[in-house]
Design a protein around this ligand. Structure first.
Ligand code: AMP
Length: 650
């Protein structure tokens, strides 16, 4: 219909709608009505306009549509004069732009590099920050290119587990019914950061965790009344059978989060079907040092004994480390062992000799995983140990710091894990007052003595190398200080005896290398003195974490000698102090800090500092840890090929 109307309207006023035809002048004279008159006037005006335009264009000499014939010679002349004008104008223009700049023809030839850079810039190539971020991503991809942390057999057969283990433990109904946003509010209030699917709710009281009364009695007997943050969230996760990555600062009470579930899961299995001779373990914790393993074993054993005393079926714990008589170990294995706390070396030995099997093992925890990954051969050790498992296990990884490498391992080895993070991974304990002082090398020993006056004992002193530990120990003994020393060259019994004396309060000062900083729990340390700055910031965090544990405050004094410390570690320290709201000494403030200029990188990547080691004072492009690992790899390869034979034997 609309179309028809339009056709009709066009038929009623053909002269108005068909202007161009009328403007032709062919039919125009036949129109004698008023409308026809308007049309003629318009034609005249349009024709005049057109003539005017043609005149203007032909004056410019540029009109392609001009009908007047221009001879070839004239056209050439016109073209020539146009080019001359253009060239002159161009030179004048460029002279105006840059004063003394030579004309383009006289300019020295630009190199290809310069031209490429300019072209990329003109084409909107990514800016410098973007390029740096890409470089960082490349480094990380390279650094983390690892095989998944799984048993070789699992990798070969492609076995993957997709569901978490079942334990039968559930949070009490009222916690399960808590709306998710309220659960999250609770976490936010407690500053617990979680990641993962179906995260069990945090439980802020031990009494609500459905723990056996014997365990509750032990806890209150030790003065442990209220769970710490990692315990509030970590225990429900571990007791539910979920895989877990636990990140908590040292002294936060993380041992309980894996030791207690290990014992309770073993008890449950024992109640279902008692272990026969040579059977077990059901749960296992692997630690990086003998000292830490001993300490964790003592805690596990305490809960085992308390349960047995309360007439539960007997659950046996075993310490499996080198440097001690293996006979009692064999005896426990013969009776059937439920929970093992081990260091990798001795554990591998037992497994390869088939003295112990992991057929029934269904709980595995790697404590201080970040320390273990730094040890040579750790990955192969763990893969080797995993190859003795016969089925799925619940896996937990704990650490105070969480380097990217560990995170990548965790993602490859864990099933649907829950990450529980209390404080930034690698952040210093906020309950420690950190004092950093510039001390000249020759003034260190006398100043150390002065420093010991800052607090009452017990005091821990750390030094990087064994020679310094011995020198400090001797000096303190001469000065009449009750001190003991621990380092890797000392016999295992001496190390044990030293730590026992210090723990019992018989000695006031313990001087140690980093061996003693790896997760050891010395209650009530008042003061940690870093006789020197460790080479990696992670070690600094571990060292000062020996004080200020479980809500108490402590002091950490660090001697700095800028000549001996790398600039990177000093920058890491500066940023760590800032983050922990501590006083930053002027010699750290005065450092040239490239990161301050790289704020854009931080903002774009969302990563503060180094994504590999977690240091805040540098980016991964400049990571000392990564560099030293790469160097070690190169050395290892050289040894292998340079030794003239396979196996590297000289
Ligand atoms: P950890 O971080 O596991 O090495 O624990 C450090 C110290 O804190 C140990 O001496 C524990 O006995 C103690 N501890 C663990 N949990 C708590 C708690 N909830 N309240 C007070 N102290 C605790």
């Amino acid at each position: 219909m609309a179309g028809e109307d339009a056709v009709q309207a066009a038929e009623q006023h053909p002269e108005e709608e068909q202007g161009p035809k009328t403007a032709d002048g062919r039919d125009g004279g036949a129109q004698g009505n008023a409308a026809g008159g308007r049309s003629v006037k318009r034609y005249r005006r349009e024709e005049l306009d057109k003539e005017e335009q043609n005149l203007l264009v032909s004056e410019d000499g540029d009109d392609d549509n001009a009908e007047e014939y221009v001879t070839l010679r004239k056209r050439r002349e016109q073209e020539e004069s146009r080019l001359v004008k253009l060239l002159r104008g161009g030179r004048e223009g460029s002279a105006e732009r840059s004063g003394s700049e030579p004309p383009p023809g006289d300019r020295p030839k630009e190199s290809l590099l310069v031209i490429t850079a300019r072209t990329r810039k003109d084409a909107g190539a990514p800016n410098e920050a973007q390029a740096l971020l890409e470089e960082e991503a490349d480094i990380m991809r390279h650094a983390l290119q690892k095989q998944a942390l799984k048993a070789v057999k699992e990798l070969a057969t492609g076995v993957t587990y997709s569901r978490s283990m079942e334990t039968g433990w559930k949070p009490p109904l009222r916690y399960r019914r808590l709306p998710l946003d309220l659960q999250q509010q609770l976490r936010d209030a407690l500053r617990i950061v979680c990641d993962g699917k179906d995260i069990p709710p945090p439980i802020p009281s031990f009494a609500d965790m459905k723990l056996p009364p014997a365990v509750l009695r032990v806890l209150s007997g030790k003065g442990i009344k209220k769970p710490t943050q990692i315990q509030m969230q970590g225990l429900p996760v571990a007791l539910s059978g979920r895989d877990m990555i636990g990140i908590a600062s040292t002294g936060s009470g993380k041992t309980l989060v894996f030791a207690l579930p290990m014992v309770l899961i073993a008890l449950q299995e024992e109640m279902r079907m008692p272990l026969g001779q040579n059977e077990g373990p059901i749960g296992m914790v692997i630690c990086p040092s003998r000292e830490l393993a001993t300490q964790t074993y003592e805690i596990a054993d305490m809960y085992c004994k308390a349960l047995t005393a309360d007439r539960y079926p007997e659950v046996r714990a075993m310490l499996c480390i080198g440097g001690i008589d293996p006979k009692p170990m064999y005896e426990t294995i013969r009776r059937g062992v439920h929970a093992v706390v081990a260091t990798p070396g001795r554990l591998k030995d037992l497994l390869h000799k088939r003295r112990m099997l992991l057929d029934l093992c269904r709980f595995l925890c790697l404590d201080e995983a970040d320390r273990m990954v730094d040890q040579v051969g750790f990955e192969d050790d763990v893969r080797d140990i995993l190859s003795f498992f016969r089925g799925q296990r619940q896996t937990l990884m704990f650490s105070a710091t969480m380097p990217a490498k560990i995170k990548a391992f965790a993602e490859s080895a864990l099933v649907d894990p829950v990450e529980v993070n209390v404080g930034r991974a690698g952040a210093a304990n906020m309950d420690v007052i950190q004092e950093v002082e510039y001390v000249k090398e020759e003034a260190k020993l006398p100043y150390l003595l002065e420093c010991l006056q800052k607090t009452a004992p017990p005091v821990l002193i750390f030094a990087e190398n064994k020679r310094d530990v011995d020198a400090i120990h001797e000096y303190l003994l001469v000065q009449g200080v009750e001190a003991v020393a621990v380092h890797g060259d000392k016999a295992q019994e001496d190390r044990h005896a030293g730590i026992a004396q210090f723990k019992a309060g018989e000695k006031d000062v313990l001087v140690a290398t980093d061996v003693a900083s790896k997760g050891l729990d010395f209650p009530d340390i008042q003061h940690v003195v870093n006789y020197d700055m460790p080479e990696e910031i992670e070690n600094y965090v571990h060292r000062i974490g020996r004080t200020g544990r479980c809500g108490k405050t402590g002091v950490a004094t660090t001697f700095i000698n800028t000549k001996q410390c790398s600039e990177t570690i000093l920058l890491d320290l500066k940023h760590l102090l800032r983050e922990a709201k501590q006083r930053v000494p002027h010699f750290l403030l005065a450092l040239d800090d490239p990161l301050e200029a790289q704020a854009e990188l931080e903002e774009k990547s969302g990563v503060k500092g180094c994504s590999y080691c977690g240091g805040l004072g540098h980016r991964v492009t400049n990571c000392p840890k990564l560099r030293s690992e790469d160097k070690a790899k190169v050395r290892a390869n050289k040894d292998f090929f340079g030794s003239g034979g396979f196996g590297g034997e000289m």
